[in-house]
Design a binder for this molecule. Structure first.
Ligand code: PMP
Length: 378
């Protein structure tokens, strides 16, 4: 039986998602823009899903725009805000530990002539909200900070940083990539003090290829795409009714079970910490404030990729750094002050409520076997 411990990369679609998607494909395959009954029925499915995502963020449905995933949500937020508010205010501020879809968008803004300030974690490996705030001035149009880092599970001080920033500069646009925190650690849109929040379907047991962008009322964005009038003219193109329906159903199911899931995942992570910390040459990276869903561990003397393939042979699945970096050395781990020697040996173990104690046992045995066969026999 496979031990799938790579849930930060993607999750298995839940039964509610599959049912909603199947139903949408079989029964509501009309185009939501069509004026006849079948179009209206499809529009109602999209509207229901919008309400479900809005409920999960405790906001109004009108604040939700569906996208093809968080990569698009992040790009729409960043280029959309820079386009709408960055004509005169040419400075933007971002942390140095963001997901590639935020990092690369800011790199692109730099090429377009924006001054980009990147805030690195302090010597404790934490993003200091005061250091973030200190870089924001009246020339800054946009600031981004992710909620939960996808490589280490660290929870960033979004609430505090954005609260202080908005108090001082009310016109500043704040953006949070909340993908790894959505329906995993509790928050509402209002609590984050973010004008823009990106979330993704496939990290919460929805399907791949769908996400959403929360936009606070009154915020304007320039679109990335031009075409029809779908999604308040912000995201033209015929809506993927099945993907959206599945995302909504998954969000509703995850919302209902959030407390039990958190309890279960916390217990699994604690058990994983207990087993791994008793092993020689295993160094756990545990940020002070971290999500129970992610555990970062370095196995001294083994390259993460070698270990990952060894474990995969035993049907134990984890990641090396972030799945999106595809084996490239992780600059994010370095930014978190994990020494280069350890960063290369760091794997990411990420949980969901369906994981079992058996999965943890398979992982611990797999790591022990790798140490035995790949290090000690050298
Ligand atoms: N942000 C974070 C923090 C992520 O972990 C991911 C997924 N790796 C994304 C954005 C991109 O999400 P999607 O796959 O939906 O484009």
């Amino acid at each position: 039986m496979a031990a799938y411990l790579d849930n930060a990369a993607t999750t298995k679609p839940c039964a509610e998602c599959i049912e909603a998607m199947t139903d949408a494909m079989q029964n509501t395959y009309g185009n939501p823009s069509s004026l006849h009954r079948m179009g209206l029925d499809a529009q109602l499915v999209v509207d229901d899903a919008r309400k479900q995502i809005a409920a999960a963020l405790a906001c109004e449905p009108g604040c939700i725009t569906f996208t093809s995933g968080a990569t698009e949500s992040n790009n729409l937020a960043i280029f959309g805000a820079a386009g709408a508010y960055g004509k005169r205010q040419r400075k933007v501020v971002v942390t140095a530990v963001e997901h590639a879809s935020v990092r690369a968008a800011y790199d692109q803004l730099e090429k377009q002539g924006f001054e980009v300030v990147r805030i690195s974690p302090n010597t404790n490996g934490e993003i200091d909200p005061d250091a973030f705030l200190a870089e924001i001035d009246e020339n800054t149009c946009l600031a981004s900070m992710m909620l939960v880092n996808n490589e280490t599970g660290a929870v960033l001080p979004v609430r505090r940083a954005f609260y202080a920033a908005k108090r001082k500069f009310p016109k500043l646009i704040t953006h949070c990539d909340a993908v790894q925190g959505f329906l995993k650690i509790g928050f509402t849109a209002a609590e984050l003090n973010a004008d823009l929040i990106s979330v993704s379907g496939h990290k919460i047991h929805g399907a791949k290829g769908v996400g959403a962008l929360y936009m606070k009322k009154g915020v304007r964005l320039t679109p990335l795409l031009y075409g029809g009038e779908q999604e308040q003219k912000l995201r033209p193109g015929t809506e993927s009714v099945p993907l959206i329906a599945g995302f909504g159903a998954a969000a509703a199911a995850m919302r209902k079970s959030m407390a039990q899931r958190t309890e279960r995942v916390t217990a699994l992570r604690n058990e994983c910490i207990r087993q791994l910390s008793s092993m020689e040459d295993v160094i756990l990276h545990q940020p002070e404030d971290c999500s129970p869903y992610i555990l970062s561990a370095a196995i001294k003397g083994l390259r993460a990729e070698t270990l990952l393939h060894f474990l995969a042979e035993r049907q134990v699945y984890v990641s090396s750094g972030s799945a999106c970096s595809k084996g490239k050395p992780s600059g994010v781990l370095r930014a978190f002050r994990i020494p280069d020697g350890l960063a290369d040996s760091t794997i990411r173990i990420s949980f969901c409520a369906e994981n079992t104690a058996y999965d943890i046992k398979c992982l611990a045995e797999g790591i022990a076997a790798a140490q035995q066969q790949l290090i000690h026999k050298r």
